[in-house]
Ligand binder design. Structure first.
Ligand code: VGL
Ligand code: ZN
Length: 229
């Protein structure tokens, strides 16, 4: 065997081909692309609906697609309206966990909880509902906000043999952020499709902060155009 010099080796992630190989063995996780998180919705994220055509342009490329929906019962503990004297976007205490309190949103079975009407549902194999327990919120697609009650998504994706995940959806700095961090913590390789996400950005700058933090923890940022050959 002739000895190979270092330059013969190209790190997979530095080779242009690799991302396409990655997709073939990866699952796409679409986070909370729902009416209430889009303009006109009760917890509207600026340009939230802009993620829809971007996601539609890539979702069919993946062998497996799971979409989450925030799916709260009425009077959910995360709603400011459940806390007398509190206003939306103030900090509050949800049965012992402090978090932002939100306007009522994504109530099970309502129009606002539906997927954005233009989201292509055909490639979606599994829909995961989260935030269904009145007493605890669930930002991450993997765990409720106690950081230990699983949603089952880890077992689904690992059980199917996926070790690499791509993330997109709403909100970059809330549910996408916590999902990506948990994915990394669970040992998945995680890509964030930056232009297929939109954030709440409250306080201002939190989207940039979240992007930095996800990268610092090992997430790789890509754009949808990187995935289309
Ligand atoms: C979300 C706030 C409250 C999200 C869900 O999907 O990012 N944000 N509930
Ligand atoms: Zn919610």
């Amino acid at each position: 065997m002739p000895q190979q010099t270092e330059s013969y080796y190209i790190l997979p992630e530095r080779s242009g081909m690799n991302i396409f190989n990655e997709i073939n063995n990866s699952a796409l996780v679409i986070v909370d692309v729902q009416v209430d998180f889009c303009p006109g919705g009760s917890l509207a994220v600026a340009e939230g609906d802009a993620v829809v055509p971007v996601i539609n342009s890539i979702s069919h490329l993946f062998p497996y697609v799971v979409a989450t929906r925030d799916w709260h019962p009425e009077k959910h503990g995360s709603f400011a309206s459940s806390h007398p004297g509190k206003l939306p976007f103030q900090e509050g205490d949800v049965y012992g966990i402090s978090q932002t309190l939100w306007p009522d949103h994504c109530i099970q079975g309502t129009k606002g909880a539906e997927f954005h009407p233009d989201l292509n549902l055909k490639p979606i194999r599994c829909i995961l509902h989260k935030g269904t327990n009145h007493r605890i919120d669930s930002y991450s697609a993997f765990f409720e906000n106690d950081k230990k009650t699983p949603t089952g998504l880890e077992y689904l994706l690992k059980g199917l043999g996926f070790s690499t995940l791509f993330f997109c959806g709403i909100a970059t700095d809330v549910c996408v952020y916590y999902s990506v961090l948990d994915a990394l913590r669970l040992g998945f390789k995680a890509y964030l499709i930056e232009d297929a996400c939109k954030g709440v950005d409250l306080p201002q700058g939190s989207v940039q902060k979240a992007l930095k933090e996800m990268q610092r923890e090992g997430a790789r940022l890509v754009h949808a155009s990187d995935l289309r050959s």
